[in-house]
Write a protein that binds this ligand. Structure first.
Ligand SMILES: Cc1cc2nc3c(=O)[nH]c(=O)nc-3n(C[C@H](O)[C@H](O)[C@H](O)COP(=O)(O)O)c2cc1C
Length: 208
């Protein structure tokens, strides 16, 4: 599939066929996700890939599935044949950026507070996007739900320094109830992409 088509087709899906997905397909999605960039090549991102039905049900509960079914959505988290749970460790980044190529040891150890933008959140976002696009590329679809992150960490036996950022159901898409958020519509491309400076965004420069 062309990259542009995968980007166009991607949307958050909230109803999945329960049919199992081949392990090789899940491995390809995981391999795509591993290609995400990371600050200082820290690679603090991890995935837990859950196919066990009982564990998927518990994760669905921790991601608030009852809230969605109460609003008329399908049980989109527990019905999906696989849940990808991406997680990231700030500690991996703090440790990496205390290495000598990143920090003068005379400055003393750096801490989390020094990060104007904590890049571990950016990096795990890149990982998530690759999972979403790789699922589409495999002819499947994906969604995303937040949840009780401490309970999800504990359910999956993750180390304390890893934060799971959500639950990504992947499967064959079925016709679903659309999120009411979509009524907001897309912001205009002019508002989103500004040219040369923030203020000058209305006058696009001619391509020379
Ligand atoms: C960081 C993040 C958190 C989200 N959390 C949820 C969520 O908890 N539940 C949900 O149904 N959708 C969630 N979404 C999906 C958004 O509602 C969805 O991306 C948005 O409405 C645009 O729709 P689209 O992705 O299908 O284009 C989340 C998306 C992102 C990027």
């Amino acid at each position: 599939m062309e990259f542009k088509e995968a980007v166009q087709r991607r949307r958050m899906v909230r109803h999945f066929a329960p049919d199992a997905i081949d392990r090789a397909v899940l491995e390809r999605i995981a391999a795509a996700a591993q290609r995400a960039p990371s600050a200082g090549f820290s690679q603090g991102q991890r995935l837990v890939i859950v196919t066990d039905a009982a564990r998927r049900r518990r994760l669905a509960e921790l991601a608030g599935e009852a809230f969605y079914t109460g609003q008329g959505f399908d049980p989109w988290l527990s019905e999906a044949p696989v849940l990808f749970v991406p997680a990231v460790s700030a500690k991996v980044y703090i440790d990496r950026y205390n290495e000598p190529d990143k920090r003068d040891p005379r400055a003393g150890p750096g801490s989390e507070d020094e990060w104007g933008v904590p890049y571990w959140w950016m990096d795990i976002g890149c990982t998530v996007m690759l999972i979403l696009l790789a699922a589409v590329d495999e002819g499947l679809a994906a969604g995303f739900a937040g949840g009780d992150f401490d309970a999800i960490r504990s359910e999956l036996g993750m180390p304390d320094d890893y934060t799971p950022v959500g639950v990504i159901p992947v499967g064959r898409p079925l016709s679903d109830k659309k999120s009411p958020s979509l009524r907001r519509g897309w912001r205009s491309s002019d508002e989103f992409a500004r040219w040369e400076t923030w203020q000058a965004h209305r006058g696009r420069l001619p391509v020379s």
